[in-house]
Ligand binder design. Sequence first.
Ligand SMILES: Cc1cc2nc3c(=O)[nH]c(=O)nc-3n(C[C@H](O)[C@H](O)[C@H](O)COP(=O)(O)O)c2cc1C
Length: 394
Amino acid sequence: MSAHIQDPSPRQPGTATGFDSKELRRALGDFVTGVTVITTVDAEGRFHGLTANSFSSVSLDPPLVLWSQAIGAPSHGVFCGVERFAINILAEDQIELSNRFASSGRDKFAGLDIDVGVDGVPLLRGCRAWLECTVSSRLPGGDHTIHVGEVRTIRRATRKPLVFGGGQYLVADPHDLGSPPPGIGTSAQAQLHAVRLGTRAMARLSKEHDETMTLAVWGNHGPTVVAWEASGSPVSAQLPLGLVLSVTTSATGRALAAHLPDAATARFVAAELALADERSGVPADLNSPATQEAWQRELADVRRHGLARRTPGAFHGEQLIVNALSAPVLDAHGQAVLAITAVGDASRFDVGLHTPFAQALAATARDISRRLGHVAAPEEATHTHTHAAAVPSH
Ligand SMILES: Cc1cc2nc3c(=O)[nH]c(=O)nc-3n(C[C@H](O)[C@H](O)[C@H](O)COP(=O)(O)O)c2cc1C
């Protein structure tokens, strides 16, 4: 803590420093915290409370915590006169409560459902956790008073905590680079995790290469768009979610089908090939493989390159002619959980498999697959090595 830091030139309050208070606030805001409301009851039985993110742990044995309070805060006198307080650790849906307890001059408890702790201290409902404390000591801390409390009672709930940093409220999510959530082996969770990783990777690729990109999963009706990231000049003003794509003619459909069991894809493929046949014996879409054999060759190509493409074809419901390039993301069992696809105006978007963009797309999908527990087969690993330079840094 600051008491241990040797300051070579102790300063009096208000003397010049190399930074101004705004800069200090901004730097302190770089340290992300949870949000608490500290509550107490005074000798007359009146409830008091204020929002504080200065809460911190101090010691496990004895169990000590601290928070600091601005000397100028209207409730400073009250908190310096009580023997107990409670730390209400706010949950992520309690922003309104945080704002309410951060504003002076109103009855902060009006209309609130509260519980009363063992010593009569009010406890706010719906929090992530509650610590009831007796005051252990108070220390001067510049323009703040540091209240140190000994924890007497602990209550916890399973809600997610509210987070504060950089002057705004945040939500707490596991880090992409951390371990996958427990139970990732179950496919629904693996898919949700993949979508989360894919969304961020897609946003980064789209920004770096200025391409319109989309994420798709294999839904009940086949390849289904679940997210878009528009480029500076998107292919269309309409980028519809829930759009179901062709399995055989879209790059996305091919990327997914190449790594899904035949049992999942066969009826879609059969229907699309039959439809192409019906229309005068030539595929209705020039991208369409004419036969099962041609289709199997397409899939083998996708598996070999880690990329699928569609050469010029109409964009969903529009006259616009687009190209697309798609990379499958595989789970621990080697099955496609996601496809990351770039879509561009055919007059400009190159769907070559060896362009820097194509390599970055394939490398990104491989990287996410690896994080989902997919172990690349030797030939894929060689491919990875060849294009190692294209793996984006995180
Ligand atoms: C996220 C957040 C964190 C805050 N942390 C503190 C804090 O640690 N200490 C403090 O004195 N005020 C803090 N405040 C400001 C007080 O909540 C605010 O000044 C409040 O009005 C004080 O209550 P009072 O007016 O009843 O004294 C914080 C405000 C917000 C929004």
